[in-house]
Design a protein around this ligand. Structure first.
Ligand SMILES: [Zn+2]
Length: 84
């Protein structure tokens, strides 16, 4: 919870934005080539094997969030949330 020093006039809503992980492209695993024909699979350190990452951003409405993240896997409001 953060408080705005500006003394907010507008009631912004927190939206949770879920995006596919850029590191593993949503697989949750990273393939490392050790030698020719020899691969090791390790869990993606960026998303910890989830294949996606989510963060919270403030928007006036969910339409604004959708405009910023057209490729989001999901966008949901933190309060009174309705998932997309
Ligand atoms: Zn990942």
């Amino acid at each position: 919870m953060t408080s705005s020093a500006a003394g907010g006039v507008y009631a912004m809503t927190d939206f949770r934005i879920t995006l596919p992980c850029a590191e593993c492209v949503g697989t949750g695993e990273i393939e490392n080539q050790i030698a020719a024909g020899d691969f090791s699979i390790s869990i993606c350190g960026l998303c910890w094997g989830n294949g996606f990452k989510s963060h919270t951003e403030m928007y006036d409405c969910i339409e604004d969030a959708r405009l910023d993240y057209p490729n989001a896997l999901g966008i949901e409001g933190e309060r009174g949330g309705r998932s997309v």
